[in-house]
Design a protein around this ligand. Structure first.
Ligand SMILES: Cc1cc2nc3c(=O)[nH]c(=O)nc-3n(C[C@H](O)[C@H](O)[C@H](O)COP(=O)(O)OP(=O)(O)OC[C@H]3O[C@@H](n4cnc5c(N)ncnc54)[C@H](O)[C@@H]3O)c2cc1C
Length: 634
């Protein structure tokens, strides 16, 4: 494992600071593009603000994703605003406050004199971006997600059939029979799943899967004890009516033949290992794209230094940084992610003129859509208490000084509980307000008490402490695809590139009543599942939101109070020529500037359905093709 680290670091410095392409950011957007361009023979400089931690166990062991999210060396921790209204904001159990004594408080009713900081929104500032601490759940979006881009731009190459070929190209499926339609078996991205026998032998998990099938009306299937019968193995099966199917599915996620998580960071390591003309520089925070008088991107300015961005929990204002520049002969590709790509564009003078003027940044292109249209999937948890502790992790304890047997099994064979994420199934369903009548709810379940994303310093007492620490609870998190809100925005707080931008989601502003209703429908479905679990005869009870939330009105308020998200998108969106808020054209080119593209989650006009990761990898392959085609045409 160490060899990966060495190989990447070996390419750390080069005397020649001119490259064909410069790519900023190594997440699922930027990492694969950089490798693809280098594979085509072009020299590529890949700049990453964080470090290479891909050989850390928290990035390799599927079960340790929580540790990765809490690791200060990997994290960029943002504090976001869900509402402008501070009274509504204060009703959130996950809100972080700063107490007068400088300590954090998480939840409602903080000590007198505390100030609202925001909702903890973990991102990863490290090789691989958020792909290193995410679940890696691999769900293709709905056909509409691609067809919508084709319709908005008139570019038919975005049609869903063509986009499927990118999935087939990048996937290396490890559990379906080779040749299964709609899948790839030789791509760089390994897709595996948890060992089904682990989910079958845990009696309560099996019963919840059976209850899930009952609640969706699959009575005959629900009697089975075979996980393959209860939960469909292939969530990405390209059926004609896939986007309208309500069903229970097994969880597939990115892990390789040895049970190791695979991220876009792993992809970059592979590129370096192959000896491609790919130079990766870490601790390199890009502060500006250089644009000449002909409005062509010619290179970047960046700061070299460790933990210099203020979202890094270890950052201090006085950490030292050395200014550097690098030149791109062909193009600069910005892939800093939904929060950082707009920040980089704004700092480069590309964005709404009034905002740039406010910060005395010379306007290069007045592009009003930069930082606007911030979107996310909404999510809410339903947590049910069961009579017995879940035994799923029971074998994963060892006396002090001895090796954890689950670690040993994972390391030796790539199997066992640690080769899973702990999440055991998805339920896909259609709410009463589903756009186009497509399934719009994805419930993902785990034997754990999960309120949402909580920072490591969370200091709950009482009921919330009990719920989050309990071993006899199961959470179905209800996530809503295609929510309607597009009122969020990323704006600069200051012109200092080390400062974090202002991140305001403005939850439920557009189409809020429908979006709230969709989530309420999801809670009702989760309740129906839990009440359908066989053999428990009323011995379970809901502990969050809890039975006191019984009416639709009470549930609507719960949704407004506790909704959260972790799939932020769309702040440098692709759009049609007639759309004044379009930042990119359909070939990822920043409007008004030559030689500059954006390839990451911010490019999607709408957050792609369910889990977006695979959509970004597909987008990244498409962008690579567009860039290479344009290079060949010159
Ligand atoms: C906690 C969490 C869990 C998730 N789980 C899932 C999941 O299970 N399935 C799923 O489909 N999706 C999941 N997601 C979403 C998914 O991980 C992200 O949507 C995806 O990683 C975004 O990719 P990206 O390339 O746009 O940006 P990022 O992954 O954010 O990568 C951006 C990279 O750019 C670097 N960077 C930023 N600014 C600069 C700069 N100025 N200079 C140099 N480098 C810079 C960052 O350090 C980072 O490495 C999850 C997200 C989070 C936060």
């Amino acid at each position: 494992m160490d060899s990966f680290k060495q190989l990447s670091i070996r390419s750390w410095s080069t005397e020649d600071d001119t490259f064909d392409y410069i790519v900023v950011g190594t997440g699922p957007g930027g990492g694969p593009v950089a490798v693809n361009l280098a594979e085509a023979g072009y020299s590529v400089l890949l700049l990453e603000a964080g470090q290479n931690l891909t050989s850390e166990y928290s990035q390799l062991v599927p079960a340790l994703i929580g540790e990765a999210q809490w690791d200060e060396a990997q994290g960029w921790w943002f504090y976001t605003s869900d509402y402008s209204n501070s009274t509504q904001t204060a009703r959130n159990d996950k809100l972080v406050w700063l107490q007068p004594d400088g300590e954090y408080w998480v939840g409602q009713n903080p000590p007198e004199g505390s100030t609202q900081l925001g909702v903890w929104y973990p991102r990863a500032g490290t090789l691989g971006g958020c792909d290193t601490h995410n679940g890696g759940l691999t769900v293709r979006p709905s056909n509409w997600d691609w067809d919508n881009i084709a319709n908005l731009t008139g570019d038919e190459s975005w049609g869903h059939d063509l986009m499927l070929t990118y999935f087939e190209r990048l996937e290396r499926n490890l559990f379906l029979p080779p040749g299964t339609p709609g899948h790839g078996f030789s791509g760089y991205q390994p897709v595996g799943r948890g060992d089904k026998s682990l989910f079958e032998k845990e009696p309560q998990l099996l019963a919840i899967t059976q209850g899930s099938a009952v609640a969706l009306g699959f009575t005959a299937r629900s009697a089975s004890t075979d996980y393959n019968v209860l939960a469909k193995p292939d969530i990405n099966e390209p059926l004609p009516d896939r986007d309208f199917q309500n069903d229970v599915y097994q969880i597939s996620f990115k892990k390789d033949e040895r049970g190791r998580r695979f991220s876009s960071g792993s992809r970059v390591n592979q590129g370096v290992e192959k000896g491609l003309p790919l130079t990766v520089r870490f601790n390199s925070l890009v502060t500006k794209v250089q644009i000449n008088d002909d409005l062509r991107a010619t290179g970047v300015e960046y700061l070299e230094g460790e933990s210099i961005y203020m979202a890094d929990p270890r950052a201090l204002k006085n950490n030292t940084a050395t200014p550097r520049t690098a030149t791109a002969k062909r193009e600069v590709i910005v892939s800093g992610g939904t929060f950082n790509t707009p920040q980089i564009l704004l700092l480069s003078g590309i964005g709404p003129a009034d905002e740039l003027n406010k910060h005395d940044i010379p306007v290069v292109v007045d592009l009003p859509g930069v930082g606007r249209n911030l979107r996310d999937h909404y999510e809410v948890p339903v947590i049910q208490e069961f009579p017995n502790n879940f035994t799923f992790w029971d074998s994963c304890v060892a006396p002090e000084g001895q090796v954890n047997p689950c670690f040993q099994e994972w390391e030796t064979n790539g199997t066992g509980p640690w080769s899973t994420l702990g999440f055991d199934k998805f339920v896909l369903a259609t709410s009463s307000v589903a756009p186009r009548g497509e399934r719009d709810l994805i419930l993902y379940g785990a034997p754990d008490g999960i309120l949402g994303h909580l920072p490591p310093y969370t200091n709950y007492t009482g009921h919330l402490a009990d719920v989050t620490a309990a071993s006899n609870v199961y959470t179905y998190t209800v996530s809503e695809s295609h929510p309607r809100n597009q009122a969020g925005a990323i704006t600069l707080r200051t012109a200092n590139p080390r400062d974090v931008p202002e991140i305001k989601f403005e939850y439920f502003t557009d189409g809020g009543d429908d979006d709230v209703q969709g989530l309420v429908d999801g809670i009702v479905l989760a309740r129906s599942i839990f009440s359908s679990v066989p053999g428990l005869n009323g011995t379970t009870q809901e502990v969050y939101p809890g039975p006191e939330y019984s009416t639709q009105e009470q549930l609507r308020q719960f949704v407004r109070d506790q909704a959260f998200g972790h799939h932020a998108s769309s702040t440098a969106a692709i759009g049609g020529d007639d759309d004044p808020l379009a930042v990119l054209d359909s070939r990822f080119r920043v409007r008004g500037v030559q030689g500059l593209r954006v390839v990451d989650m911010s490019a999607f006009p709408v957050t792609p359905g369910t889990f977006p990761l695979i959509s970004i990898f597909m987008l990244s392959e498409k962008a690579s093709d567009a860039i290479l085609e344009d290079a060949a045409a010159v």
